[in-house]
Design a protein around this ligand. Structure first.
Ligand SMILES: O=C(O)CCC(=O)C(=O)O
Ligand SMILES: [Fe+2]
Length: 350
């Protein structure tokens, strides 16, 4: 098990000037003016304390909750899958797939299908897109999910006091290549609004991800902001059909279901700092469906690709969004942005 103490330079006591020296950027490339650090938590803390932190902060960054080597194994398997039997061109030639070093090709080729490509005005096509579809149902990834499902489900069940916790079948496997645009500002309830806001996301970095590595960042004290956005969207959507109203891609939404491209400006507008972290293989961050988050720009000097997966859990004893009971991107998946009849764009499509 790794702990934050192994990285004394990444303590929560860095002052503002020190943080600015990291020169971190928002996903669109704008400098992040004012950042803070996520608070790490460990399994030796009492569940009551972990629950208090999750309820107060809207997130819980658990250090070393998964087996580091098993996480690195799935990283290696993913990059092998992307290069063997039909090379997507993602890896630099002659490098070790476990390292995941970027080839430097156009980052647009490696954007995840669906919402992110819609947001960038790209269609779901190309060698990477084809393999990304297949990776989601490939043996290596399914096996990883089988391995982590039980411990994470049990943990989440206790944390959220669910009667019958369940992993939703639809999970996402994402990579952020250095220099590319990354996940815009959003909260997850946008994509899960055909159910109450009781789901919980587990974001899992598949490999170490230092501050400059393009990890997930969270807007401080932002659950009330997410709630306000959702209330405003609900109000605006009153005249839509039921199906449109629960869609992340209805005409009132920005392309892809996101709420802003410019995380730096968004944070400034709301007077909140973005909280960042040096993640390590084995960590998991759990977040509230209204917590506002986005990804940092991957500025890895070594060209290390950020790989991650996000898993969502619900209480199956209560109502939940049943559109997430399908494997991501397969023909049955009703959530793929590029396949929507009413792909959003009325409001701010760029
Ligand atoms: O990994 C990313 O860039 C986005 C992940 C995310 O939005 C989530 O896990 O909810
Ligand atoms: Fe998200």
């Amino acid at each position: 098990m790794t702990t934050a103490a192994a990285h004394p330079q990444i303590s929560c006591s860095l002052d503002k000037n020190e943080l600015q020296n990291f020169g971190m950027k928002a996903g669109n490339g704008d400098p992040l003016p004012d950042i803070g650090l996520l608070k790490p938590s460990t399994m030796d803390l009492p569940m009551g304390e972990l629950r208090k932190r999750y309820n107060e902060d809207g997130y819980l960054w658990m250090k070393g909750i998964l087996d580091e080597e098993k996480v690195l194994d799935v990283r290696e398997q993913y990059f092998r899958f992307m290069t063997e039997n039909g090379d997507t061109g993602i890896l630099a030639k002659g490098t070790d797939p476990r390292d995941g070093i970027f080839s430097g090709e156009d980052w647009r080729n490696f954007l995840l299908p669906g919402a992110l490509r819609v947001f960038n005005g790209l269609s779901d096509e190309g060698a990477f897109v084809d393999k990304a579809f297949k990776a989601h149902v490939a043996d290596f990834y399914q096996q990883f999910k089988v391995n982590v499902e039980k411990p994470l489900r049990e943990f989440v069940g206790e944390l959220r006091q669910f009667r019958d916790p369940m992993l939703l079948k639809r999970t996402l496997l994402r990579c952020n290549v250095p220099g590319g645009e990354t996940t815009p500002v959003h909260y997850d309830q946008i994509f899960l609004r055909d159910g109450p806001p009781t789901s919980i996301t587990a974001w899992i970095p598949l490999g170490d991800c230092p501050l400059a590595g393009g990890g997930l960042m969270y807007l401080d004290n932002s659950v009330p902001i997410g709630e306000k956005f959702e209330a405003d969207f609900s109000e605006k959507s009153k005249s839509l059909t039921d199906e449109e109203r629960v869609s992340a891609f209805n005409k009132n939404m920005m392309a892809g279901g996101f709420i802003d491209r410019n995380a730096a400006k968004f944070g400034k507008y709301w007077g909140r700092r973005w909280l960042v972290a040096h993640y390590e293989a084995g960590d998991v961050v759990f977040h509230n469906p209204f917590k506002i988050h986005a990804s940092c720009r991957n500025e890895s000097p070594e060209g290390i690709i950020r790989l991650s997966t996000d898993l969502r859990f619900v209480d199956q004893a209560e109502p939940f969004d049943e559109r997430w009971l399908y494997e991501a991107y397969q023909d049955s998946d009703p959530n793929v942005a590029s396949r929507q009849s009413q792909v959003s764009g009325g409001n701010g499509r760029r």
